[in-house]
Design a binder for this molecule. Structure first.
Ligand code: GRF
Length: 194
């Protein structure tokens, strides 16, 4: 199974996938890693691991549609079976998702459908819930919507801050993402279009 991973930030979840592949614990090929801006640690990590990388800077395109089409072309050039949004902070178009047969995987640091959006951890804390968690799902063109594949809860400690909670969630998120990729690679879990 070939995947292309999209990142916008530090790429610690991506690093966990790279480590699992390198250790022989996950039999997939990371065909490429792409970012929507220059200078992300996610791209640096991939370069260090010898994985092909690309950057399509959102701000260098005059319209979202042009950026989205260029991203879809670039991703398609690697022939991925699954595209993974791993901390990729951009919404892609329905056309993008359709082009990959709906095989666009996303991870989110909250128990969807609760607390979607860019601040899922902060929003859960501010609401005052006692339990949050993470979700791996097939993304559609909405904000953190689409069929849920796996979820796991994380209890919030009294007085915990956003950073510490997010780090604890990410530990679980990485394990779930790797599990889902393993199940997809083995055929135990089916992609949306056979
Ligand atoms: C993850 O919690 C992801 O769900 C969220 O941003 C975080 C990405 O972290 N959208 P990293 O870039 O993998 O370190």
């Amino acid at each position: 199974m070939r995947i292309v991973v999209l990142v916008s930030g530090t790429g610690s979840n991506l690093q966990a996938v790279i480590d699992a592949v390198t250790a022989g614990d996950l039999e997939i090929e990371i065909a490429a890693v792409g970012a929507d801006r220059e200078g992300t640690y996610g791209i640096e990590r991939s370069d260090e691991a010898g994985i092909e990388t690309f950057v399509l800077n959102f701000n260098s395109f005059s319209t979202r549609e042009e950026w989205d089409a260029a991203l879809a072309d670039k991703v398609a050039s690697y022939g991925p079976d699954v595209v993974v949004s791993s901390g990729f902070m951009r919404i892609v178009s329905p056309e993008f998702i359709e082009r990959f047969g709906g095989r666009y995987l996303n991870t989110h640091p909250a128990l969807l459908p609760a607390f979607p959006g860019a601040h899922g951890v902060r929003d859960a804390l501010e609401y005052g819930v006692k339990v949050t968690g993470c979700t791996v799902h097939w993304a559609d063109a909405g904000v953190d919507t689409g069929p849920i594949i796996a979820q796991e809860s994380v209890a919030i400690a009294d007085g915990e801050d956003e950073e510490s909670l997010h780090e604890r969630i990410k530990v679980v998120e990485r394990r779930l993402l790797i599990d889902v990729l393993r199940q997809l690679a083995s055929g135990e879990l089916k992609t949306p279009v056979a």
